[in-house]
Design a protein around this ligand. Structure first.
Ligand SMILES: C[S@@+](CC[C@H](N)C(=O)[O-])C[C@H]1O[C@@H](n2cnc3c(N)ncnc32)[C@H](O)[C@@H]1O
Length: 240
């Protein structure tokens, strides 16, 4: 990988990261792109995709389409025919983001790898369950409110195949952190921590990354589902 052009696999993404600028369907220009996933997250997602070779991927939160470009380009680079094998959910894509993520995916000729759902995740995720989908890799990066992340994970838990992986962005955010505590305390038998360090550009060995970990700060955290996660209705509750 070229360290100056880490996203050379997708020129649209490389330009977005370099210029911090996106243009929407009506020509509206966004500067700064605070909502874009960090370079580290994007690199980690790319390396995870190329290593784990997920057949069906899902992200909650499309915005400018940074992570969507990674997922769709990775399906292409894994040699797959475009079959809308990346699902992206975002209820604000049109009104707030002027379709920037969709436009970027079209410009990159990756649109046919994308299955875009324009409703809120709490409505779209149950539909995916009804459709009988089994997802291999999920990136939870939508609303960061505790109740929304909790509900996202509630449904994702049912959508995720055994042995498959779920990633949480902003895992040090107190809202997200609380959900992660619930998983660790109440679902530890079916969700085991999955170290994404080796998938980062620094392979997880840089001093900065290790010190941040010791201080309990992680941008991106992952769990692997080890097996069926349904629990009897009267399972003991571990406070968290
Ligand atoms: C941090 S941004 C996503 C960034 C994107 N994954 C990337 O890599 O560029 C969070 C997104 O979540 C979306 N969002 C907010 N509430 C949501 C909900 N209930 N369901 C799905 N997406 C939601 C917002 O519209 C916003 O686009």
């Amino acid at each position: 990988m070229d360290s100056k052009q880490p996203f050379s696999f997708c020129s649209e993404l490389q330009a977005m990261v370099d210029n911090r600028q996106a243009v929407g369907r009506t020509g509206k220009t966004f500067l700064g792109l605070e909502a874009l996933s960090t370079d580290n997250n994007l690199t980690t997602l790319r390396n995870l995709c190329m290593r784990l070779k997920p057949e069906l991927t899902l992200e909650i939160g499309l915005a400018f389409g940074g992570s969507c470009l990674v997922f769709t380009a990775s399906h292409r680079d894994l040699g797959r025919e475009p079959k809308r094998q990346h699902i992206a959910i975002d209820p604000y894509e049109r009104q707030v983001w002027d379709d920037c993520g969709l436009v970027a995916t079209e410009r990159a000729s990756l649109f046919h790898y994308l299955d875009f759902r324009a409703g809120p995740s709490f409505l779209e995720l149950p539909k995916l369950i009804n459709e009988g989908r089994q997802i291999d890799l999920v990136y939870i990066d939508g609303s960061h409110l505790f109740e929304d992340v909790f509900v996202d994970f509630y449904f994702v838990r049912k959508l995720l195949g055994d042995g498959k992986t779920v990633l949480f962005d902003d895992s040090s955010n107190p809202h997200v952190k609380k959900v992660l505590h619930f998983i660790r305390t109440n679902l530890a038998e079916s969700f085991v921590p999955f170290d994404v360090g080796p998938f980062r550009a620094d392979h997880g060995i840089s001093l900065k990354y290790r010190l941040a970990g010791l201080a309990g700060h992680r941008q991106l955290l992952a769990f692997r589902k080890t097996g069926p996660s349904e629990r009897p209705w009267d399972t003991h509750f571990h406070n968290f």
